[in-house]
Design a protein around this ligand. Structure first.
Ligand code: HPA
Length: 236
């Protein structure tokens, strides 16, 4: 039984899914962090890799960029493939002065300009929040690894290139930690499917002082740390 965007049987996907944005990252996770891994689906270049992480069955699969892309995969995974938890592992731009490039943000909730928060129930803007159990495990893991970790709201934007930069000071004033493009969609899909989700984000640049010069090696090291927090969240 294939779904429109995932071509495998439900048993081919593990109940726990690690979800980076980039399909090449999913492949790297599969080939460097998973055992007994096999490619179970590869529709539109979004490969799904299933294997085990420390003996626990997991699937690594990318979301692509933005809420619409992520929502397609998360909805099919939760509703058709028996997935119970998805952990996004990605990057974000810093908004708050409290966060710095290289820090980890564990998104307890996500504000958004996407329609996911308002479409489902007329007149209601849904609160899009992370799984508490996953969040707690990710925070403990990242702190134990010596990373600076922030827990709070992020802003999920439908635009990477936005003309409405005027919304950022207001979000900053309300304590919003960073901006990215998928967490709210993931939390909305989890809510709609009575499942659990979390986004673990590395701050890759900061809106207040522009982009950081992270070397490829440093990016990889930072990503590995965030990945371990995501694995801990999925296993919790
Ligand atoms: N905006 C949106 N998504 C992002 C950013 C950003 O500045 N940085 C990393 N992901």
């Amino acid at each position: 039984m294939a779904t429109p965007h995932i071509a495998c049987e439900p048993g081919d996907i593990a109940p726990l899914v690690i979800m980076p944005g980039d399909p090449k990252r999913a492949e790297r996770i599969a080939k460097t962090r998973m055992d007994d891994v096999r490619l179970v689906s590869d529709v539109r270049g979004i490969a799904a890799w299933t294997g085990t992480v420390d003996g626990v069955p997991m699937t690594a699969m990318a979301s692509g960029m933005g809420v619409p892309s992520l929502s397609i995969y998360a909805t099919e995974l939760f509703s058709q493939y028996g997935v119970r938890r998805i952990c996004r592992v990605g990057t974000c731009g810093g908004i708050s002065s409290k966060v710095a490039v290289r820090d980890v943000i564990v998104a307890s909730s996500a504000h958004t300009n996407s329609s996911v928060a308002t479409l489902d129930i007329p007149g209601v803007s849904l609160s899009l929040a992370a799984s508490y159990d996953m969040l707690r495990a990710a925070v403990e893991s990242a702190r134990d690894a010596g990373r600076t970790v922030h827990v709070g709201a992020v802003f999920t934007s439908d635009f990477f290139y936005s003309s409405r930069t005027d919304v950022i000071p207001g979000l900053d004033r309300l304590g919003t930690l960073g901006v990215e493009m998928e967490a709210a969609g993931l939390y909305a899909c989890a809510l709609a499917n009575d499942a659990e989700a979390l986004a673990v984000l590395t701050v890759s640049d900061h809106l207040k002082d522009g982009s950081a010069d992270l070397s490829a090696d440093e990016r990889e090291t930072l990503f590995q740390g965030a990945l371990e927090a995501a694995v801990a969240a999925l296993k919790a």
